[in-house]
Design a protein around this ligand. Structure first.
Ligand code: SAH
Length: 336
């Protein structure tokens, strides 16, 4: 619940407005696990709250910690038994958390483990917040930046994600600036335009992976609905409205999208949204598909930079703990 919603619920219980502020602080700043801990609230209110509300939790079902770089991957379980993955990455400049937005995914990208078992349900705003709160609590680390790049398509769970962002950035709550948040989408065009109009200041990452309709539709079904021209137009609109450069993700797959012709097509495609940024990702090999990592990552990067496109190679973290998208939940589905 947002603070104004809490105020109106508490007003209905006959409480003064400042009680809602106290409770909100217990929930989002002090992180109480039960109403009984809220020591500055009257006993009568504590027992009313206990009767009518609950403070949700997510339990740590599995936790893997990388010996290489300290990355922690969590498999969280919600009260209905559904699970999602969350990854805590530590960089020199601080900790970044990658959260999931859905249980499973409908998008069907051919290289992605998150979508293989299909879609189960959307995550609630509280379940997105809980991924932050529970992993901060468990690890003792503070999350400085957030990426919505875990399981699920955030723009396919638009209302819950927007509500989550409102809670996350609320001054009296977790108070995270949306400048420290990146939202990654496979390219749901109308939602990109809606998001542009909100001007939230978050970074939009677009999973591109191929520069032409033919090549992109072959690996990303969403492209059959919203083609590359339409997608680039929406990205341009986002850039114009928000002033924020778009970041494009491009997972290099050997023999699929790592050749010089593809680089040339990519440079051409991105001209109208430049300046932008391309993040090259050595594809993570997943059990279900025979895609393998390109050995041409540096050459591809050079082709792009020579063509005037700013490109970096994403550092691999947590390589020893299957820290990539969807792999842990999938493995545990197979085991159970
Ligand atoms: N649905 C959103 C966010 C989740 S996926 C999206 O599509 O952007 C997060 C990122 O991981 C996306 O760029 C996705 O394309 C990429 N990804 C998925 N499987 C991958 C794999 N096997 N190797 C490398 N990147 C992968």
């Amino acid at each position: 619940m947002t603070l104004p919603e809490l105020e109106s619920d508490l007003a209905a219980l006959g409480e003064k407005k400042f009680r809602a502020g106290q409770l909100y602080d217990w929930l989002h700043v002090k992180r109480a696990l039960s109403f009984a801990e809220c020591s500055n609230l009257p006993k009568t209110l504590i027992s009313r709250l206990g009767e009518e509300y609950e403070i949700r939790r997510a339990s740590v079902k599995r936790k893997l910690e990388s010996k290489l770089d300290g990355t922690i991957k969590y498999l969280f379980e919600f009260p209905d038994g559904e699970r999602c993955e969350t990854v805590m990455m530590s960089y020199r400049h601080g900790n970044s958390l990658c959260i999931s937005t859905q249980v499973g995914c409908k998008m069907g990208c051919s290289f992605c483990a998150s979508t293989k078992a299909g879609y189960v349900r959307d995550l609630l705003p509280s379940e997105m917040l809980l991924q932050i709160y529970e992993s901060e609590r468990d690890s003792g680390r503070k999350v400085e930046s957030l990426v919505l790049m875990g399981i699920g398509e955030p723009l396919d769970n638009y209302d819950n994600v927007m509500r989550f962002l409102t809670l996350l950035s609320s001054e009296k709550g977790r108070n995270m600036s949306l400048r420290h948040v990146s939202l990654s989408t496979c390219g749901i065009v109308p939602r990109i335009r809606e998001l542009a109009e909100l001007g939230l200041g978050l970074t939009l990452s677009v999973s591109l992976h191929a520069p032409t309709d033919e090549k992109r539709s072959a690996i990303m079904p969403v492209n059959k609905r919203y083609g590359t021209a339409e997608l680039i137009d929406a990205c341009r609109y986002y850039f114009d409205r928000t002033g924020r450069r778009i970041s494009f993700e491009f997972a290099l797959i050997s023999g699929v999208n790592d050749d010089a012709q593809t680089a040339k097509e990519l440079i051409r495609l991105l001209k109208p949204v430049s300046p932008c940024h391309v993040n090259l990702i050595p594809v993570n090999e997943i059990r279900e598909r025979e895609y393998s990592r390109s050995g041409r990552v540096r050459e591809f990067q050079k082709l792009l930079t020579d063509g005037g496109i700013n490109a970096t190679v994403r550092r691999t973290l947590g390589a020893d703990i299957n820290a990539a998208c969807g792999q842990l939940r999938r493995e545990n589905l197979a085991e159970n």
